[in-house]
Design a protein around this ligand. Structure first.
Ligand code: SAM
Ligand code: SF4
Length: 366
């Protein structure tokens, strides 16, 4: 069979692959200054949302609704030619971003898109733009019934189900489903996993409840309360009784339910083409004792809609401001160099103490 591939396309792909290899080399050689561009960018296009989920940390942040300005988007574009993956969300709901489809259209089609969304406000124009891309739509559901969904996410479970099937039918995106588990919805976990099998999800992500900005708030709402140890152990027993046709990943649960999670993040995975997505998404985060050895500062940046830059969504300390600095200045600036130095010296960097990965490892019970 003969495939015709244009020269500019080959050049572009070579650019990205060279960048990926350079970034891996920088990690392996523990370089503090990285001569590659970020392979993964997370961009908070808006922090606005169409709903207000009862457990969402977004309502505890003191920021007004904003969209990322065109000026900031253009500054971020400096890194686009080298990108392997783009995550166009952080807090807020990106499908409410006024120019979401135009933004997607402006991204090269070979960039993997990883979008976490409530998928309540999917429009024809979104589907049309998504058709030209590949990647993952990670749907936040938190429930397996209309009643529970309405209580938590204040929307229509059936509508979201329809939208999931639409994505599956009309685009090449993989579907992942995610659930934040707390006291109110823990009884629906098993049905949720069955639902994931029913819609053909590739991966299910189980999140523990957390309030990064305002710890202690759950006590104000008895429904939004994290699982205790007994709940988690019981849940683990129930989940392990069945084999599911998808992978289950867990973050920051009181105890880790699936041993696969621990292996997943601590074993070195071989660099094979099929593993590239995983390496970019989760990387070689390794947890030894209470030390977090993470490669994100060598390959990722997260840009908030106001221009504040962090390493990833777990990080609580700013590493730069895109309003006053360029992406390249931030990438090898003093703060990021300090974070890399901390990791190389096996210290947990300031701002990483509340990382999901670290907490999950600390909560691991064999
Ligand atoms: C803040 S939302 C933004 C993206 C989108 N609006 C959504 O709901 O998927 C990103 C993820 O954080 C999760 N999340 C929200 N509140 C949380 C909390 N208190 N603890 C843990 N995860 C939470 C959501 O379920 C979602 O999967
Ligand atoms: S849809 Fe997402 S951002 Fe909006 S309130 Fe729910 S969890 Fe938060």
């Amino acid at each position: 069979m003969f495939f015709w591939v244009s020269k500019p396309f080959v050049a572009m792909m070579m650019n990205k692959i060279r960048n990926l290899i350079r970034s891996q080399k920088a990690i392996i050689n523990r370089r503090i200054v990285v001569d590659a561009w970020p392979v993964n960018l997370q961009m908070e296009l808006t922090n606005r949302c169409n709903t207000q989920c009862i457990m969402c940390w977004r309502s505890f942040l003191d920021s007004s609704n904003q969209e990322m300005s065109l000026d900031l988007i253009n500054k971020a574009r400096q890194g686009f030619p080298f990108l392997y993956q783009l995550q166009p969300y952080l807090s807020g709901e990106s499908l409410t971003y006024s120019a979401f489809s135009d933004f997607l259209d402006s991204i090269n089609k070979d960039v993997r898109i990883f979008l976490t969304t409530n998928l309540q406000t999917l429009k024809d124009s979104h589907v049309k733009a998504l058709k030209k891309k590949r990647g993952v739509i990670n749907v936040s559901l938190d429930a397996a019934s209309q009643e529970m969904y309405a209580k938590i996410r204040k929307g229509s479970f059936l509508r979201v189900r329809e939208n999931i099937f639409r994505i599956k039918k009309e685009t090449r995106f993989d579907i992942w489903l995610n659930m934040v588990i707390f006291k109110l919805n823990m009884k629906e976990v098993v049905d949720f996993l069955d639902f994931a099998g029913f819609v053909g999800a590739k991966t299910v992500v189980l999140y523990g409840l957390k309030f990064p900005e305002k710890e202690g708030l759950p006590e104000q709402n008895p429904d939004v309360c994290p699982l205790d140890r007994e709940d988690a152990l019981r849940l683990r027993e129930i989940i392990r009784r069945k084999t599911y046709p998808f992978r289950i990943l867990e973050f920051n649960n009181k105890i880790t339910i699936t041993p696969r999670f621990y292996n997943f993040y601590t074993l070195r995975r071989k660099i094979r083409p099929g593993n590239l997505d995983e390496i970019v998404q989760h990387g070689f985060r390794r947890i030894i004792g209470d030390k977090l050895l993470c490669d994100k500062p060598w390959k990722q940046l997260t840009i908030k809609c106001n221009g504040e830059v962090r390493v990833c969504c777990e990080q609580r300390k700013s590493v730069g401001d895109l309003n006053s600095e360029s992406l390249s200045e931030i990438w090898n600036g003093g703060i990021l160099r300090g974070i890399r130095q901390d990791i190389v010296s096996q210290r947990i960097p300031a701002g990483c103490e509340k990382c999901h990965f670290l907490r999950s490892a600390q909560n691991w019970v064999a």
